[in-house]
Design a protein around this ligand. Structure first.
Ligand code: MEV
Length: 336
């Protein structure tokens, strides 16, 4: 499915109710982050139990006019209570108005309860934006199609990341693992039995800074960019075959190789490298940094549920502040 293809608005947009809700969830990138910004494919899995839930409520307009739409984010993390709109949200709202004809006379409070931790490469900005877009659309009685939701979330993501590939905007709304390339999405249905342990290094990273660091690195070195994109593309393509064939060892080796590529770009940290080493020492078939980098999370492959629980324990002993288990298949379990 090509996300840029359509953009239709389904429904009439009457404000029939006083409140609307929207939901999204976190995601983890298996392979291809950063390279996906330059047209390479990337693979991501949804994290359905890390949710972002938004409620948009119609409120009386303040006498001074105000913003019309006010945003608050509730949930874990130091920046969680920061009021929005930030620049990304403003851009998203401007495009929402344009797409839907949402009236300037309406005043709405949007509260997003976000369990996706911020700055961990798990898609919190996209999940919040997606939940907010869906809540506003629900309030107004608009049925937005997938391409319009994508475009609106991307309006916010392009500001949040500096330059966003779109993979987070898609994966935070998908029930299945996704293969994403240049705006084209393939939802993968897989029987792969492996599980992924996600381990929080305890230190946040900024995707925007990371994307900018990579941009500067490639600005004057076209060959480095070409090599990175080509090697990452090969790894992601190989990983899709590994998933089809149930090849745990093959997939693990590609994850670790992708970690080295991202490490060479300066996107890893000592803590992350220690967690990757601890996972490999403990017998994980492969591990890497996941998401924007400069902090955030490690994703490590494990076999069955017992191995994943054990790997999670090992990673917490090695310094991870918390871990989660995400199966490749849809049903998720959770370890803290
Ligand atoms: C962030 O989750 C993934 C990056 O590749 C940025 C993007 O694709 O927008 C680092």
């Amino acid at each position: 499915m090509a996300m840029a293809d359509s953009g239709a608005l389904v429904g009439h947009g009457r404000l029939a109710v006083d409140s609307g809700t929207g939901r999204a969830h976190g995601k983890a990138i298996l392979l291809g982050e950063h390279a996906v910004v330059y047209g390479a494919p990337a693979l991501a899995v949804p994290i359905p139990f890390l949710t972002a839930t938004a409620r948009a409520t119609r409120v009386p307009c303040p006498d001074d006019g105000g913003e019309g739409i006010s945003f608050t984010i509730a949930g874990p993390g130091p920046a969680a209570s920061a009021p929005l709109p930030g620049d990304g949200t403003r851009q998203m709202l401007a495009e929402f108005r344009e797409a839907t004809g949402f009236s300037d006379d309406l005043c709405v409070d949007v509260v997003v309860d976000c369990a996706v931790p911020q700055g961990r490469g798990l898609g919190s900005s996209a999940a919040c934006a997606r939940a907010a877009v869906l809540a506003l659309a629900d309030l107004c009685g608009f049925g937005l199609d997938a391409a319009t939701v994508f475009r609106l979330v991307q309006a916010s993501e392009n500001v949040a990341h500096g330059r966003a590939s779109g993979i987070d905007a898609v994966a935070t709304g998908s029930d299945s693992p996704v293969l994403f390339r240049s705006g084209v999405v393939q939802e993968l249905s897989t029987n792969f039995e492996g599980r992924f342990v996600i381990a929080d290094s305890g230190v946040g990273g900024s995707t925007k800074e990371a994307v900018e660091l990579v941009r500067r690195r490639f600005e004057h070195d076209a060959q480095a960019k070409e090599e990175f994109v080509s090697r990452a593309s090969g790894l992601t393509g190989g990983a899709v075959r590994d998933l089809e064939q149930g090849d745990l060892a093959g997939l693990g080796a590609r994850l670790t190789e992708n970690h080295v590529l991202l490490q060479e770009l300066g996107l890893s940290t000592d803590r992350i490298d220690r967690l990757v080493a601890a996972a490999l020492m403990a017998g994980s078939p492969g591990a890497k940094i996941s998401g924007g980098g400069l902090g955030g999370c490690v994703i490590a492959l494990a076999g069955g549920p017992g191995a994943a629980e054990e790997l999670g324990r090992t990673l917490r002993e090695a310094g991870a502040t918390r871990t989660w288990i995400v199966p490749m298949r849809r049903l998720a379990s959770h370890v803290d």
